[in-house]
Design a protein around this ligand. Structure first.
Ligand SMILES: [Zn+2]
Length: 285
């Protein structure tokens, strides 16, 4: 009888420990964020893109950097206490956006992957799709007009509107809304992609507060008309120090500055964090 009680007690301890671990896992993303607050962190992953939006009860990753930076990205997420992602949105299948996605899938519990069906870098795609299969993670095609809701956060997919065959222009452009604030993630769309968005939605609907500048600040993107439409308060350029492409191009930085936009750069500033309380956005707390 006493032995039986001991076993029941031990089982109860195991259940309690499991419940504590589950609760800790569920709240991991919230360790540094109070209710009603959130932040977007644009990681310094060299010549690539990777940003995570974290709020009190969840997190969404937008792009996963390069294969070379995947260990760095995973350790950044771990250091932030993020081991569960509601979703990983991949803009397009080029190495500098999906290279680290397989490592993230293995390291974190990823609710779903959302990405366009264009083709890009075969080796990285293969690693990604193998990881998706190994982890049993649902995969959804990014379709213009789709809206994903994760508690206090809404993610709208604006593109691809149609496939042009150019993986950059066929990037999934996503707008995340938290409270009244809107964060746009543009992948590597270029002028044709920007034109398509303007034609499909009109300038007013593209208005956001924070812009991840398309294509690492290349002058083939962030045209005057598109910039006037999105009219961000803060723009973040993700590019490598002294990269081979000369990104960001001076004319893009100039265009942003002439619009009074606060420009942050991962090559110069390291990881960039934009905070929000749902009413405003700011780079310093
Ligand atoms: Zn890129």
């Amino acid at each position: 009888m006493a032995k039986g009680k001991k076993i029941i007690a031990a089982a109860a301890v195991v259940v309690i420990i499991a419940a504590i671990i589950a609760a800790a896992a569920a709240s991991c993303a919230s360790r540094t964020v109070s209710n009603g607050e959130a932040y977007a962190r644009y990681f310094s992953v060299g010549q690539g893109d990777a940003a995570v939006f974290v709020w009190d009860s969840g997190a969404v990753l937008f792009d996963a950097g390069t294969n070379d930076s995947e260990d760095k990205l995973v350790s950044y997420l771990r250091a932030m206490g993020v081991d569960r992602l509601d979703a990983m949105v991949l803009s397009h299948p080029h190495d500098d956006h999906i290279g680290g996605a397989d490592a993230v899938l293995h390291a974190c519990d990823v609710g779903e992957v959302i990405m366009p069906s264009s083709s890009g870098d075969e080796e990285d795609e293969e690693a990604l799709f193998t990881a998706i299969e190994d982890e049993g993670c649902p995969l959804y095609e990014a379709k213009a007009g789709d809206v994903y809701e994760f508690g206090d956060v809404k993610v709208e997919i604006l593109s691809p509107l149609s496939y042009t065959g150019d993986a950059n222009d066929d990037s999934a452009v996503a707008v995340l809304t938290f409270g009244k604030m809107r964060f746009m993630f543009t992948g590597d769309i270029e002028s044709d992609g920007e034109r398509a968005l303007l034609d499909a939605y009109g300038a007013d609907a593209l208005d956001v507060d924070v812009l991840k500048v398309a294509h690492h600040g290349s002058s083939t993107s962030t045209g005057e008309e598109f910039l006037e439409a999105v009219s961000p308060d803060i723009a973040v350029i993700s590019c490598g120090v002294d990269n081979d492409y000369g990104h960001p191009h001076a004319e893009v930085v100039g265009r942003l500055e002439s619009h009074g936009v606060e420009v942050m750069r991962t090559d110069r500033d390291g990881a960039v964090t934009v905070y929000t309380d749902g009413e405003s956005v700011y780079t310093k707390k």
